[in-house]
Design a protein around this ligand. Structure first.
Ligand SMILES: Cc1ncc(COP(=O)(O)O)c(C=O)c1O
Length: 356
């Protein structure tokens, strides 16, 4: 069967090695072999990002939102509040989670694609003493905007706050300065180049005592309980075993390529594509300096519907991605995550030229 190149922001094209890993032997998750696999993944996640010293990791079966719900629901102390910076669907999702858990939370609400003003964040942190956790989406996949993780993290630290980041679509695709990060949420099936079914929270060991003391607010997503079980080599619920096999193999490949190497590969791919888009006179949604390495949002040319463009590209082996919400009728998105060759990106530009 001819290969379809996935230009949606995950699930991504995977390597044959990762695909083959999913056919490893049937396994009972209560057996030693699964404990070894789980420990290997938890360790490799830290190793890949050079975080072994201060951080630990916890795996959860489910999509990225499972790990996000786990981190959000487990990181906030009783009686304290969370600051949420919203400038896309995924920032808004953090607020929705806060609402579901009946948390006190405040938002800095911006139009989609607009980066936050650091003074506004600082004013909130200065005046609202009850804020304990500052949360941010690093790469807002809604638009391709890369939020200023380092500057927001430094502000959070200046005011003694916990910094929680949704790195679901940036981890291993854009550089993450972990110096001020306390909780980082990620998933297997985007820039890590695994498959959907397992996601994770990486967090500081120094936070363990505090989060273990927080009364459980959820049965399925309690980070402290997962941590205790996984440290003991066990787990609470039945995991997606093929997704774990695949993630373990994908992490071997990431460690070999190195995170810096992967980021560079994605940056090169984004540059090749963006130079091509410019030549085709396509209009970008996000200014160059604010774009991630992993996804480009482009305005639909007048008179061309997303459906038509999608169909034409799919017939030629490429899957693109629609805009969300209000942007649904006006933009399309092209991600460059996953195992995609330079020649495939070049071919996409040719096919796109024809389609336009
Ligand atoms: C930044 C970000 N956060 C959260 C999610 C939700 O992930 P999932 O669909 O895997 O639950 C996504 C998915 O694209 C995302 O890009």
């Amino acid at each position: 069967m001819p290969r379809t190149v996935l230009l949606n922001p995950g699930p991504v094209n995977i390597t044959d090695k990762v695909r083959q890993a999913m056919t490893l032997p049937d396994l009972c998750h209560r057996e030693k072999e699964f404990s070894v696999l789980m420990a290997s993944i938890r360790e490799k996640l830290l190793q890949a990002f050079d975080l072994e010293q201060d951080f630990t990791s916890v795996l959860v079966s489910g999509s990225g939102t499972a790990a996000l719900e786990m981190a959000i629901s487990s990181a906030l102390s009783p009686e304290r509040s969370m600051l949420v910076i919203e400038n896309g669907v995924y920032g808004e999702r953090i607020s929705k989670l806060c609402a579901v858990y009946n948390f006190n939370y405040q938002t800095i609400k911006l139009d989609w694609g607009v980066p936050p003003n650091l003074n506004d964040i600082e004013n909130k942190l200065k005046t609202q003493k009850d804020i304990e956790v500052v949360s941010l989406v690093h790469h807002e996949t809604t638009t391709g905007l890369l939020n200023p993780l380092k500057s927001v993290g430094e502000l959070a630290k200046k005011y003694g706050k916990i910094f929680l980041v949704d790195c679901i679509s940036s981890m291993a695709g854009d550089e993450i300065d972990f110096a001020s990060v306390d909780f980082a949420v990620g998933t297997a099936n985007k820039c890590l180049q695994g498959v959907p079914g397992v996601s994770f929270v990486i967090f500081r060991k120094k936070d363990l005592d505090r989060i273990i003391k927080i009364p459980a607010r959820t049965l399925y997503f309690n980070l402290a309980e997962y941590y205790k079980a996984q440290e003991a080599g066990g787990l609470l619920f039945t995991p997606s075993i093929p997704a774990h096999y695949a993630l373990d193999a994908a992490l071997d490949e990431l460690i070999e390529e190195t995170v810096a190497g992967r980021i560079q590969r994605y940056a090169n791919a984004a540059k090749l594509l963006r130079d091509g888009f410019q030549k085709l006179n396509l209009e970008f949604l996000i200014p160059e300096t604010l774009r991630s390495n992993c996804l480009t949002s482009l305005k639909l040319p007048n008179g061309l519907s997303y459906e038509k463009l999608h169909k034409k590209l799919k017939l030629n082996g490429f899957v693109i991605y629609a805009g969300q919400g209000n942007l649904n009728d006006s933009i399309f998105r092209i991600a460059n995550m996953g195992d995609i060759k330079k020649e495939e990106f070049q071919k996409l530009l040719d096919v796109l030229k024809n389609a336009l």
